[in-house]
Design a protein. Structure first.
Length: 511
């Protein structure tokens, strides 16, 4: 393979800056993509990956910097400009017409015409030819929607080839694929790379990064951390670059919140072989009274997918649940609430608070839902409940009649936590409860979680900040690539232990 200096860049992005109201999404980021390479873009949530891709594909205009494609300076005013420059994108959510045939999707906008009319026979022959170059042999007259997501991804790539793209952006293309389908897609990616196509690959699956990547660029908080040859960057170093800490700089955390948990007792919740095809592999999970179980793993490891199955927000298609030692049917959130399981979603704005309602109305919403809408909560009871939890969680300002949308992010999170605590749950699932909130509010929530668990509440706690997980949890379940790869239970766990575990545990079994 030619050296980097021998291969001219197909794409050069220099000093790319994009601002949104109150947010500097990209801060003078550089990115280089060469022909015949798979270049993976890595970073945690909010790192700027999607924003950089949208700058390259014409979705977002840039506020600063330059974009050069094939040696020519470009200003993209829309996606059509990027496509004209030879840049095509295949998104996680496939943007094809499932109600049309495979051939119609491949050739859409590029149909073969004779005397001004579409020659459908010739069009389908061309679609077959493009598909066969990717090793795909299917009936082009069949409905696209009748095929698997993996086949639809390959059809989308074939469509990109029709436009003679020189740059192919693959944004989370494996998120809904099983292992066999991933292997098929990677064969196609390698073939395209060998044919000189420059491929920009985005994924959260660590193993896949090293399976297919030639080069890795890491972003963090909208800034460039660095560009690395995949063969020269260890998994541990990659994770450290993503989260912003070097392994040897990570200090041991205090174990003052560590408590002995009686794991000989009956667990509050037991999940046995619970999974969902294409989402998460079957897992076993126990949570005991008074225990905080932390779930650690990079974004995309399956953390949220697991707890959504536990809460019934998504329905498991394998396995079973037990609550307090008895069989439990948990297929909807209603079932979970009936079993005294509460869930605070990571997406508090869309799946948590209701912005147009008051603080008080948001807090009592969970109790009202559990009782049923015909058994209205009296005004006096509502006032007592709201006052108790606003005081306990120090919600500011202390105005129960204020619209919750007018509160800060941290206080919105406290209101959401108050809602579920008011239902007196046995188990509460907290998915990124401190994301995007200030240090003071974060400390308040951490203290409250520690206090509640000491009083007997079982907690499943997810956070992208490993320090936070270790500060609160007595046991850490580690996930990678949609499966549990192990547990860490020692009171002496340090952050570098978890990073090393994520990076290396189970590699031998996947070799």
């Amino acid at each position: 393979m030619p050296t980097d200096t021998e291969v001219q860049p197909v794409v050069e992005m220099r000093g790319i800056t994009i601002q949104f109201p109150g947010v500097l999404a990209l801060d003078a980021v550089d990115f280089t993509l060469r022909a015949g390479e798979v270049h993976t873009l890595m970073g945690e949530n909010g790192a700027g990956k999607s924003t950089l891709i949208k700058a390259l594909t014409g979705v977002y205009p840039i506020d600063g910097g330059t974009i050069t494609v094939a040696g020519e300076s470009r200003i993209f005013r829309g996606t059509a400009d990027a496509q004209t420059a030879g840049i095509s994108t295949v998104y996680q959510e496939i943007n094809l017409c499932t109600n049309l045939s495979v051939g119609e999707n491949v050739m859409l906008g590029h149909e073969v015409r004779t005397l001004g009319r579409i020659d459908w026979r010739a069009t389908h022959r061309e679609a077959e030819r493009y598909l066969e170059t990717l090793g795909v042999r299917i009936d082009t007259h069949s409905l696209l929607g009748s095929h698997s997501i993996a086949v639809q991804q390959l059809v989308a790539i074939s469509r990109a080839m029709v436009t003679d793209c020189t740059v192919l952006v693959l944004d989370e293309p494996t998120s809904s694929l099983d292992r066999g389908e991933v292997d098929q897609l990677f064969r196609v990616i390698r073939d395209l790379r060998d044919r000189g196509v420059a491929i920009l690959f985005v994924t959260h699956f660590l193993d896949q990064v090293y399976e297919v990547s030639d080069r890795i660029t890491v972003l963090r908080n909208g800034k460039l951390v660095g560009e690395y040859a995949a063969s020269e960057l260890s998994r541990g170093d990659l994770i450290a670059h993503m989260i912003g800490r070097a392994l040897d700089d990570l200090a041991a955390l205090s174990d003052t919140s560590r408590r002995q948990i009686d794991r000989e007792s009956v667990p509050v919740l037991r999940a046995i072989g619970v999974g969902r095809k294409g989402v998460i592999e079957p897992v076993d999970l126990d949570v005991f009274e008074g225990e905080v179980v932390g779930i650690a793993g990079l974004l995309g490891s399956g953390r949220t997918e697991l707890v959504r199955l536990v809460y019934g927000a998504d329905r498991a298609d394998s396995g079973r649940f037990e609550v307090d030692g008895g069989p439990a049917r948990i297929t909807t959130p209603r079932n979970a609430i009936d079993h005294r399981i509460a869930f605070s979603s990571e997406n508090r704005r869309e799946e948590g608070i209701i912005g147009d309602l008051t603080v008080a109305e948001n807090i009592v919403l969970g109790i009202q839902a559990r009782r049923g809408w015909l058994r209205k909560i009296s005004h006096s009871e509502q006032s007592a409940i709201v006052s108790e939890y606003m005081t306990a969680l120090d919600v500011r300002p202390a105005d129960p009649n204020r619209a919750v949308r007018n509160l800060s992010g941290g206080n919105q999170q406290k209101v959401l936590l108050a809602r579920w605590l008011a239902t007196a749950p046995e188990l509460i699932i907290l998915d990124e409860p401190t994301r995007g909130i200030d240090v003071g509010a974060k400390a308040d929530i951490q203290r409250k979680v520690a206090d509640l668990s000491a009083q007997g509440l079982a907690v499943i706690f997810i956070s992208s900040e490993l320090e936070e997980v270790l500060r609160l949890a007595q046991r850490v379940v580690v996930m990678r690539d949609r499966r549990i790869i192990g547990e860490l239970t020692s009171a002496d766990i340090e952050v570098d232990d978890v990073i090393d575990f994520i990076a290396h545990q189970g590699q031998e079994s996947m070799a």
